[in-house]
Design a protein around this ligand. Structure first.
Ligand code: CP
Length: 307
């Protein structure tokens, strides 16, 4: 049962609970009308202390397509946070006004703190460079649908593996399924954090390698997960400028890849995937964003206990 649970970390749900969400997401995709009033009278609060397009809009679209209502802010300066209100007080208030809360915040651990003060389920929509569990639900639903299985995949993760929270969440989540291998492609400066390498990959004897050149390994992977260099998390602009064009996926590189590989990206992209790749049948990133809305519809239903 997922009713009244929080989702802060991708590991908060068991594999069985994730399967429940994916099954419901597929049912919603098949028959959206059946779910169009399931959340009548319910309110979702979207508290975004950092910019977003996909996560906020897909949560809001999800709740509206379920018949519910939304409130919230996309800019913290329009809330009393700008007057010095603590996160704890904001959450206490918002959990009186709403039935479920989703929050994006620049501070790592902030979603966990919010869940401690909330009377209603809290969903982490991204906490600093830490975790982004609903992006992981989106990614898993995409892989399960387009590749047919969450097991026995070789997953190439490319770009900013240090600050990219979607990467950290996806490695954690895919490590739980049998036979998955990781090819980690990044400049030395942007390699995965030690806790992911040691506590997730090494500790669980998961096969992985770390390389610098995409063209050397692209032919091996079943899923290529491209990421943006996370400008907002760099302390030093010169370092960002030096690394920002480390990887550009274009058709020359795509021609080296498997015919049935899929290219994923949490988006937004800057220039790490050339626009010419969009029309290749293996480009899955816009479909992935669409699955994000269905994954969030299913999640909202489950946490509210309406399905
Ligand atoms: N993937 C993702 O989190 O996109 P946004 O930053 O636009 O929400």
């Amino acid at each position: 049962m997922l009713k009244d649970k929080h989702l802060i970390d991708p590991m908060d749900f068991t594999i069985g609970q994730l399967e429940e969400i994916f099954k419901l997401a597929h049912q919603i995709i098949e028959n959206p009308k059946e779910y169009s009033h399931i959340c009548d009278g319910k309110i979702l609060a979207t508290l975004f202390y950092e910019p977003s397009t996909r996560t906020r809009f897909s949560f809001e679209a999800a709740m509206m397509r379920l018949g519910g209502n939304i409130l919230g802010f996309s800019e913290p300066n329009s809330s009393s946070a700008s007057k010095g209100e603590t996160l704890a007080d904001t959450i206490k208030m918002v959990s009186i006004y709403s039935d479920i809360i989703t929050m994006r915040h620049p501070r790592e651990g902030s979603a966990r703190v919010a869940s401690m003060y909330s009377e209603v389920p809290v969903i982490n929509a991204g906490d600093g460079g830490h975790q982004h569990p609903t992006q992981t639900l989106t990614d898993l639903l995409t892989i399960e649908t387009l590749k047919g299985s969450l097991s026995n995949q070789t997953i190439g993760l490319c770009g900013d593996l240090k600050y990219g929270r979607t990467v950290h969440s996806l490695i954690k989540a895919m490590s739980r399924y049998e036979g998955n291998k990781f090819v980690l492609i990044s400049p030395k400066e942007l390699q995965i954090p030690d806790y992911i390498r040691d506590e997730i990959l090494k500790k669980n004897n998961i096969e992985f390698k770390e390389v610098e050149r995409l063209e050397d390994v692209i032919e091996e992977v079943d899923i290529l997960y491209m990421t943006r260099i996370q400008k907002e998390r760099f302390f030093n602009e010169k370092e960002y400028l030096r690394l920002k064009d480390s990887y550009i996926l274009d058709m020359d590189k795509m021609n080296l890849a498997k015919e049935d590989m899929i290219v994923m990206h949490p988006l937004p992209r800057v220039n790490e995937i050339a626009v010419e790749v969009d029309s290749d049948k293996r480009a899955a990133y816009f479909k992935q964003a669409e699955y994000g809305m269905y994954a969030r519809m299913a999640l909202i239903c489950k946490l509210l206990g309406v399905c």
